[in-house]
Design a protein around this ligand. Structure first.
Ligand code: PEP
Length: 248
């Protein structure tokens, strides 16, 4: 049985005041029914970890460098993130792949560095609209999975997020059949590669998850939770998504 996870990606949003949301989520979801992760911008990581304490909300970063240290101005190493008390890091988000030219290979290196530092990478993969319309979604996503995920990954050391690029921040989502088809294919590939551990690796869906569509998405086979952008910026939106996940 895989433990469900609702992860919020704040992207380049949030301030010290926004961390009040962690208190709101901690008291609303003290039943610990599923894993809750907030990924704020890097400058808030330490304060967010302090605020979360030992409560139900864990903290994650939005990216890490593959190297341990060195001349990488503006970057942050996985061990540095771990030092803040954070437990997760998003790797390979499509915004980083598109804007900074991150490749499957570099995502794999970042994810391996995260695992080596005791962080759990949330590895993002997903097709563009042109790839979806050309009927290439499945081969594209499966190739990304194969090349972005480090060898030796287990259910405890890896989370995968399927995020169709065209669904991120657009209000559009794939049909439930399309989500189910992708998650089934990813599950099969994870099991083929990692054996029994492949059954334990959580598969999140991401892309315009909102309170109004969360329950139907979470009712889809092999969807173990969500990576949420816009709707993770307020407890009013994120809390009902967490509740829908806990009830699924
Ligand atoms: C994301 O950026 O990972 C994301 C899923 O964003 P949104 O929920 O806003 O579509």
């Amino acid at each position: 049985m895989r433990r469900k996870m609702a992860a919020g990606n704040w992207k380049m949003n949030g301030s010290a005041a926004a961390l009040d949301m962690i208190d709101a989520l901690s008291s609303a979801h003290s039943d610990n029914a599923c894993d809750i992760v907030i990924c704020p911008p890097a400058h808030l990581l330490t304060a967010a970890c302090d605020r979360a304490g030992n409560g139900p909300v864990a903290i994650g970063a939005q990216n890490c460098h593959a190297a341990e240290k060195g001349a990488h101005t503006g970057d942050i190493a996985a061990a540095m993130i771990a030092e803040t008390g954070a437990r997760y890091v998003i790797t390979g988000h499509s915004e980083r792949r598109e804007t900074y030219g991150e490749t499957d290979a570099s995502v794999c290196d970042r994810s391996a560095a995260a695992q080596a530092s005791g962080l759990v990478p949330v590895v993002c993969i997903g097709e563009s609209l042109a790839q979806r319309e050309a009927g290439e979604a499945l081969p594209v996503i499966r190739a990304q999975l194969a090349a972005s995920v480090p060898d030796g990954s287990t259910g405890d050391t890896l989370v995968v997020a399927y995020e169709p690029i065209w669904a991120i921040g657009t209000g559009k989502i794939p049909t439930l059949e399309q989500i189910g088809e992708v998650h089934a294919a990813l599950r099969a590939d994870l099991v083929a590669r990692f054996g029994a551990e492949g059954e334990k690796i959580r598969l999140l869906y991401g892309g315009s998850v909102k309170p109004g569509n969360a329950a139907e998405i979470f009712g889809t086979a092999d969807v173990d939770g969500a990576l949420v952008g816009g709707a993770s910026l307020s407890a009013d939106d994120f809390s009902p998504i967490i509740a829908a996940l806990a009830a699924s």
